[in-house]
Design a protein around this ligand. Sequence first.
Ligand SMILES: NC(=O)c1ccc[n+]([C@@H]2O[C@H](COP(=O)([O-])OP(=O)(O)OC[C@H]3O[C@@H](n4cnc5c(N)ncnc54)[C@H](O)[C@@H]3O)[C@@H](O)[C@H]2O)c1
Length: 250
Amino acid sequence: MRQDHPRVAIVGTGNIARVHARALAAVAGQTGQSEQAGQSGRTGQTAPLVAVMDADERQLKSFGTEFGVRGTYRELADLLSHGRPDLVLVCTPPSSHGELALGCLRAGVSVLVEKPPTVSLREFDELAAADGGPEPPWFATVFQHRFGSGQRRLKALAASGVLGRPLVAICHTTWYRDQAYFDVPWRGRWDTEGGGPTMGHGIHQMDMLLDVLGSGPRSRRSPGRWRGTCRPRTCRSRTSDSAAGRWRAS
Ligand SMILES: NC(=O)c1ccc[n+]([C@@H]2O[C@H](COP(=O)([O-])OP(=O)(O)OC[C@H]3O[C@@H](n4cnc5c(N)ncnc54)[C@H](O)[C@@H]3O)[C@@H](O)[C@H]2O)c1
C-alpha cells in the first residue's frame, strides 16, 4: 500500500459506511490529502475515497452523490479493477464479510472489515491466512471501543499491576434497541448476522474485556439452551491466569 495517500474504497453503502466516509473526509481535511488527490488527478474529490460498491443501486447512487464519489460499482471485481483501491472497507451485513474480504485480499488489496469480521471461524482462518504478514495485503477488523479514554485508562492501570491479578471478570452488555433496529432484514438472525445481541453488541464489550485481561477464555461453559437469537445469553469462562468470567448479552 502506498503510504502517502492511499486510495480507499467502501463496499456496502449503508449506515456505518457513512461514519467511515465522514472519518475519511475528516482525515483528508486534517492532512490536506484532498488537495493532493485532486492534483494527482486521482479523483479530484474532497476525500481519499475513490470508489464505492453496493448490491443496491439506489443506495449506491445516493451515497455516491452525498460523498461526491465518482466510482460507483455493483460488483466487487469492477470496484477492484476500475477503482484500483489500496484499501477496501467492508461495511456490508456480516454474512457477506468473509467472501468480500477474501476477494479483496486475493486481488492483493488490504481490507478493513466491520465487526463481526466473519460469522464462522473457518472464514476467519481463511482471511488470516490470506493476510500478507509484513507486507500488504493486510486484513484488519474494527473494535473502536478499545480506543475510548476509559478503556485506555483501565488497560494502563491493569497493565501497571496496581489493580493486582484479575480474579473475576464480568462482561454484561444490556444495550436497548427498539423494534425498528431489528426490522432491518439481516439483523438478529443466525444466517445473516451470526446471532443476535451477542454478535451485534456484546462482541464490543467482550473485546474490551479481553483487551484488559490480555488473554482470551481458556474454557467456557454455557448453561441452558440458547434458542432464537434475541434471548439473553449467559456464558461462564476461565482465562489462562484463572480469572473467572461471566458474560451476558441481551
Ligand atoms: N463498529 C460499529 O460500531 C458498527 C456499528 C454499526 C454497524 N456495524 C457493522 O457494519 C456492518 C454494516 O452495518 P450497517 O448498519 O451499515 O448495515 P446497512 O444495512 O445499513 O448497510 C449495509 C449495506 O450493504 C449492502 N449490501 C448487502 N449485501 C451486500 C453485498 N453482498 N455486496 C455489496 N453490498 C451489499 C446493502 O445494500 C446496504 O446498503 C455490519 O457488519 C455491522 O455489524 C458496526
